[in-house]
Write a protein that binds this ligand. Sequence first.
Ligand SMILES: [Zn+2]
Length: 214
Amino acid sequence: MIIRESLSGAAHYTPRRGAVWLILSLDGQRYYVFHSQQGRQQLLMNHSANKMSMHTELQQKFYNNVTVLTSDGMTAELKKMSAIGAQTLEAWDMPDFEPWHAEEKLIENWKNCFHHFIRSTGQPPVVAEVFLSHCPCQTQNEIHSTAKTISGIYYPASCYEKLKIFCNTQTPDIKKWAIFYENQFHAQTLDIISGKLKITHRPPHIPLIKSLLG
Ligand SMILES: [Zn+2]
């Protein structure tokens, strides 16, 4: 978990290829960053896709410029290829592990964030805002988070269902939860209010995370 005192400071840490990012803002005073944790299968698929795109890039360079083999650019690309190869080998050796969505990581780490906020500001937070790279998954998505027990509470499948329970029953100090996402998830969106939880696509007047991400 990464903790920052400004949204721009938090956004600086968000990009990671293939991972969903989440920034939790408490009263606009502290920001906590989470990423989804990919399973072994997803990691291997990502590495294969990276290798394929590097291969195509190298082929194009080779056909367009035969002297490229001695250039620094080529050396850098070969280094990249070798790093991807090492990551793939590492993933093969890993025991299989369950993927965790960024929203599940937030639920798992909530107490740490909450207590950190009280320690650093002297009072409990009242408003929680969440900036998400993608819409929370739903049961109709082909890929959605599985049902699991997090911090002693049983949550059903999908992050949407988990968030409804978590925000409305596990965070009594928070009066309002607003969740803003940037992108659709598997062509699905959400625009709902459920108790004190609101989930919607980020409207233009809310700070533009994308511009911070570049
Ligand atoms: Zn999810």
